[in-house]
Design a binder for this molecule. Sequence first.
Ligand code: SF4
Ligand code: SF4
Length: 101
Amino acid sequence: MLCLRCGQCCLRLGIFIVNPSSILADGSINPHDPQAMVFKPAEERCPHLASQAGHGGYLAVCTIHHLPCYRGTPCEQFEQVGPEDAVCIMSGYFRALAEKR
Ligand code: SF4
Ligand code: SF4
């Protein structure tokens, strides 16, 4: 899936994320830390979500994307049904949903 970096899934979906206070100095987490993963409820902004200016405006940035603690998380494994090189279809869905509100 090609991510458009709209950041909507990091806001709209309920998902287990790395606990910000469990990240160690080297960017990893202690695998035996029972608090290392916490649930981010749907409609709550992920604490790791930031933004940067990009082509035509806002681009979502995951601030832990490059860290070892991100490896193997549900976020890293998050995929949509369809071809690997297809553009994310959820971005448009989330936008349409927001417009209805
Ligand atoms: S909704 Fe899709 S395009 Fe937007 S950040 Fe999530 S994966 Fe990327
Ligand atoms: S950890 Fe990163 S990819 Fe996962 S919800 Fe938070 S900002 Fe998005």
